[in-house]
Design a protein. Structure first.
Lengths: 338, 338
DNA sequence: CTGTTAGCGCCTTCAA
DNA sequence: TTGAAGGCGCTAACAG
């Protein structure tokens, strides 16, 4: 692997001159520049980012931690962030926490060791000890939380308008004639899950419908667990709700499996709406009424805020809070039967 | 950001000793070790990987380039690779080429500059100039190609058994009674697409069915394009095939949209089978008969081979070729109507 | 076992 | 406009 020294030698100039043509920070005369560029090409030289980073103490790299990038919401976040980062000359390292607090801690530590200049974090569903985050902030490493926002930590954040989005979804179910509406949530330890639950309650309240505690089903992000919970709730026709609203994709899968297991069809037997797209397309039935989050934009905005912090474009000390609107895609699963 | 020097100062030892306790390469007496560990904790010290990499010329990092990680096949590859890498102490940087040759070139260059120790590559659908790859190999940077295998470049590779997998899928359609079977492919410039086409032909041959050129539909990876192509082929009931086999997921989406647009239902009007899962679950109908690739394993095996090369565990000069079997999941879309 | 020190490759003054 | 030299933080000899 040739170094800048080799390039200088081949080009017959000093390393300083080579550095100048690479960074463009100092003008270099035409003839020397050409010689240097020729040498770079001939040697197939690639500047050593590692050495540069050590010297400048800038890695031009961001890190992003997501729970699991095989869940379709997260790759979109990542791509939004990646694109925004690239436009400003930064790379992105994406890693998975598997919603595990310990793993998240390791990853945070790894990213710090790798000297990423900022961190995008979707916190793990497992309760994250406060100090895991404050440690980062205390070290003045810029950080932006996406999608899931931690409690009691003043940190920049970008997410969907959870309350309004959930309210919109539930209002729609009500408008379609549903009255006994259950909600299935993910890990309620997460603030955004609680806010979605709040949106549900607001929608019921607005329609003059009383909240029944038995219709609030606290689940998690494992479809298998959720379907067990739901089957228990759905098995008795007498107490069965006429609609279910769901606060996220993996939980929704569990609910739908429970419907199947109980022989319930949507919307014939029960109406359904959920956060997050479950299938790639509208080709499959039942097509599911969905509260669609602007995942790509969330990633993109978060990266921009992070970069603004890193580059000192933004200096405000209070944390920045961005809430983006969701879109309701009305499909078959919420239609009035017949 | 504290350095090793600061730690040494606080602990009252030399930097060498601190380094020894961090790397564990040299024994350190109990009392000193405890003092150092205390200092590390107090300072919230994180060893600088950048400096370490520069010194050791080992970054402990792998790169992986995929076309688009919002396509569900690729996150699985990445996670397989990530897990294998982590088990051996390596990190993984994942980036997207968008199937663009120029972008791929930039990414290769970026990864080289970042001094990744090896590269996992799913080549872009846009024809990749040979020298883009030979350049990497010539620089003796270990590389393993996954999923899509380049022509005429002797490089380690891991993919599914394309021919056998396609043959299995088409044989199944034949067994279900189909005789006029069309195939829709992705970018035929890719060897694996050609091999899948070959598997299709072999299956027809084995059943004594003649290959009709009009039933070979050359598509690409953009569903919109594919549905235009297919609509043209499907509009005439007289020439319409009684089954379609598809070589990859995005192309399959295009085919299914064309079915919908032409008012065709599967399997009632036409049977269908494809490579790659289209939906997350069997909850949706029509459920699609699918040739499922072991995506996670492909990523994992590829990473292992790469690491074996990097660490000199494997020294053979011929390229390593791994072909993993696919699994046929038989679902509704290929069932005999009635 | 512990301390000292020479670079890894690069960028950035500073001097010429 | 060009060249020379220090040092970023760390590890790996080597000396003690």
């Amino acid at each position: 692997m040739p170094s800048i020294k080799k390039v200088a030698e081949i080009a017959g100039v000093s390393v300083g001159t080579v550095s100048h043509v690479i960074t463009g920070s100092v003008p270099v005369s035409e003839p020397l520049r050409l010689k240097v560029q020729a040498a770079i090409r001939d040697l197939n030289y690639h500047p050593n980012h590692v050495a540069r980073s050590l010297k400048t103490s800038k890695t031009q790299t961001l890190g992003i931690i997501v729970p699991d990038m095989t869940i379709s919401f997260f790759p979109q976040l990542i791509r939004g962030a990646e694109t925004a980062a690239r436009q400003r000359g930064y790379s992105l390292i994406a890693v998975n926490s598997d919603d595990d607090g310990e793993r998240q801690k390791e990853l945070l530590s790894l990213l710090r060791s790798q000297r990423v200049e900022g961190i995008l974090l979707v916190i793990a569903a497992a309760p994250t000890p406060l100090n895991q985050l404050t440690r980062i902030l205390d070290a003045s490493i810029p950080m932006v939380c996406l999608d899931r926002i931690p409690d009691r930590v003043p940190v920049d954040s970008v997410s969907v308008e959870d309350v309004a989005a959930a309210e919109m979804g539930v209002e729609h179910l009500i408008a379609m004639g549903a009255r006994r509406i259950a909600i299935a949530t993910g890990a309620i330890a997460l603030k955004n899950e609680r806010r979605r639950l709040q949106g549900y309650k607001q929608a019921l309240f607005g329609a003059g419908i009383a909240v029944e505690e038995e219709l609030i089903w606290h689940g998690n992000f494992r479809p298998e667990d959720v379907s067990v919970i739901c089957r228990a709730q759905l098995s008795n026709p007498a107490t069965r709700p006429d609609a279910v609203f769901c606060t996220n994709g993996p939980t929704a899968l569990g609910v739908l499996r429970a419907f199947r297991d109980c022989g319930l069809q949507t919307p014939r037997d029960i109406a359904f709406a959920t956060f997050d797209e479950l299938t790639v397309d509208d080709l499959f039935s039942p097509s599911i009424t969905t509260v669609v989050q602007p995942a790509y934009d969330i990633g993109s905005r978060a990266a921009q805020i992070l970069l603004d912090r890193i580059e000192g474009v933004v200096t405000q000390t209070e944390s920045i809070t961005v809430r983006l609107p969701a879109i309701l895609k009305i499909r078959d699963s919420s239609r009035r039967p017949g």
